[in-house]
Design a protein around this ligand. Structure first.
Ligand code: GLC
Length: 542
């Protein structure tokens, strides 16, 4: 399968969020500085040199705001503060300063779809049907027969409507009942959240990762969602995935909201909006907005949702490249705090192949903390599960705790993360799998990641060059990145068996810049190229 160029070569200057590498920190788990077993801002500050050494350009922090922690910070009770667990505003200002003084950027997590049920807005809204903030949330009467307003379910299991005895109505919550959804059709809500954004932008944050962007507006008539086409649907079960959320998410009006957010950030220099959106590609790309005035980067989650098969992934890459609007900038993600880690999903042996894919595809890569040392999901005994998604649906084994465990820094008792027992356990092998050990080992995952990032920075083509698929058989994905006269060939073996790269028309000759088998670096190759099982090659074409 050979194609001609799918991406145009642009000579114009690229912005930091186009050529940089984003690194996601889950603050509870990065570095504890005060011995309470939970990571904090001072801890993050103490690890910035590491991030700089690694080559990260931008740090995205999962929520650090005051929160009852029903959903570990994604239930916010004050959008303008810092949770005491993480520190205070002085610590934040220091963090921002330290990030900027290293030439890096800082993104915050903005959670505009819902607040905590302890947020003063909700407490007011809930206090009476006549409260001025009543309409800030989505309140509904029961149906005449006393039943729920519609059949919408919560992503975290059960019904999405919670009855309030005091005022005799239901409120809607797409996630926990402790996370009531805001009514984004209300202009006061819009203004209040834009004010929150302004507050942080004025402080100098470089942008936001916007939580569940595609949920923000719901069908005005609140119509029932239909069953999902291929689910074993049974009306009595309360499983979110058994319905198509066509009325509760991805409504056309959401784009007006995204545009408002964009208009605001456009008043500042080079700020960025990344949208968390789990949708198929044709819908996902609509979040770039008309005239590209929507989200700068609607998160592209294909690499963490597709089966790890070369044909499926190769075609998804092309589909994505083909669907992007002319000025839309691509991006790629392998893991995040809601999904299994890449090394658990595809296995240790494929994790390096995945890393090369992430860091050589066209577009902004986001690295999830710990993936760079090959951290795997940690087995959490049943009685230690604390993620509400896991607790609410124990039979589905969907707890997100395993992917949120403390960063493994060294061979100390708590892996250098804390002096005290951490909030989630460490794996048994943290004395072996950690940053310090891997920094010393030239064959480690960490040094491989660092090298990939360095090569990306050194060779413009790998960073902002065009992308062209050249060949894919059952086992391999391969493509060319090109900029000016410089061309690079990337060949990824997604299987454990050796394979041959046999281009149909082209003849390639070049030198290996990086391989999962470090011993091959510097060797020349030409014609039919042989790959080992689980091998990935980055070749500079002569
Ligand atoms: C997003 C977050 C997830 C959270 C949910 C509800 O999907 O990434 O962690 O639980 O929103 O806020």
């Amino acid at each position: 399968m050979e194609q001609t160029s799918t991406a145009t070569l642009t000579e114009k200057k690229h912005l930091w969020w186009q050529n940089g590498v984003v690194y996601q920190i889950y603050p509870r788990s990065f570095q504890d500085s005060n011995g309470d077993g939970i990571g904090d801002l001072k801890g993050i500050i103490s690890r910035l040199d590491y991030l700089q050494w690694l080559g990260a350009d931008c740090v995205w922090l999962s929520p650090i705001y005051p929160s009852p922690m029903a959903d570990f910070g994604y239930d916010i009770s004050d959008y303008r503060g810092i949770h005491p667990l993480f520190g205070n505003m002085d610590d934040f200002d220091e963090l921002l300063h330290e990030v900027h003084s290293r030439g890096m950027k800082l993104l915050l997590d903005l959670v505009p779809n819902h607040t905590s049920d302890q947020h003063p807005w909700f407490l007011e809204s809930k206090s009476s049907r006549h409260n001025p903030k009543r309409d800030w949330y989505i309140w509904q009467d029961a149906r005449p027969d006393g039943s729920l307003p519609n059949n919408w379910l919560s992503v975290f299991g059960g019904h999405a409507w919670e009855w309030d005895d005091q005022t005799g109505q239901y409120y809607y919550h797409a996630f926990l009942k402790e996370q009531p959804d805001l009514n984004w059709r209300n202009p006061e809500v819009q203004q209040a959240m834009l004010d929150v954004m302004r507050f942080w932008l004025e402080k100098g944050v470089d942008g936001f990762r916007v939580d569940v962007m595609w949920h923000m507006i719901k069908d005005e008539q609140l119509r029932d969602n239909p069953p999902a086409p291929d689910s074993k649907f049974d009306a009595s079960d309360l499983i979110y995935n058994h319905y198509s959320p066509v009325y509760s998410t991805d409504q056309p009006e959401v784009h007006e909201i995204v545009r408002m957010m964009r208009n605001l950030t456009d008043q500042y220099d080079e700020r960025v909006i990344i949208g968390e959106i789990y949708l198929p590609i044709p819908k996902l790309v609509t979040y770039y907005g008309h005239d590209n005035k929507g989200a700068h980067l609607p998160f592209n989650f294909q690499l963490l949702t597709l089966p790890w098969e070369s044909a499926a992934i190769a075609s998804a890459i092309d589909q994505y490249e083909g669907a992007l609007p002319a000025e839309g900038w691509p991006n790629w993600v392998l893991s995040n705090h809601d999904q299994p880690r890449i090394a658990s999903r595809v296995g240790r042996s494929q994790a390096k192949v995945a890393a090369m894919m992430l860091l050589t595809l066209r577009g902004t890569p986001t690295i999830y903390y710990g993936d760079e040392i090959g951290m795997r999901d940690v087995a959490i005994p049943m009685e230690e599960v604390i993620d509400p998604q896991g607790l609410n649906m124990p039979e589905l084994n969907v707890s997100r705790d395993p992917a949120r465990t403390p960063m493994q820094w060294n061979d100390d008792i708590y892996a250098g993360f804390s002096m005290h027992k951490p909030w989630l356990r460490l794996p048994y092998n943290s004395a072996r799998v950690n940053v310090e050990v891997q920094q010393e080992n030239p064959y480690s995952m960490l040094n491989y990641y660092r090298k990939l990032i360095a090569l990306r920075k050194e060779h413009t083509a790998l960073n902002v060059g065009s992308y062209r698929p050249v060949y894919a058989d059952d086992q391999l994905i391969s493509y060319i990145r090109e900029y000016g006269n410089a061309r690079y060939l990337i060949i990824l073996n997604l299987s454990h068996r050796p394979g041959y790269f046999r281009p149909k028309k082209d003849f390639f000759k070049g030198q290996i810049l990086l391989s999962t088998e470090i011993e091959r670096v510097g060797m020349n190759v030409e014609g039919v190229i042989t790959l080992g099982g689980d091998e990935a090659l980055l070749i500079k074409i002569d």
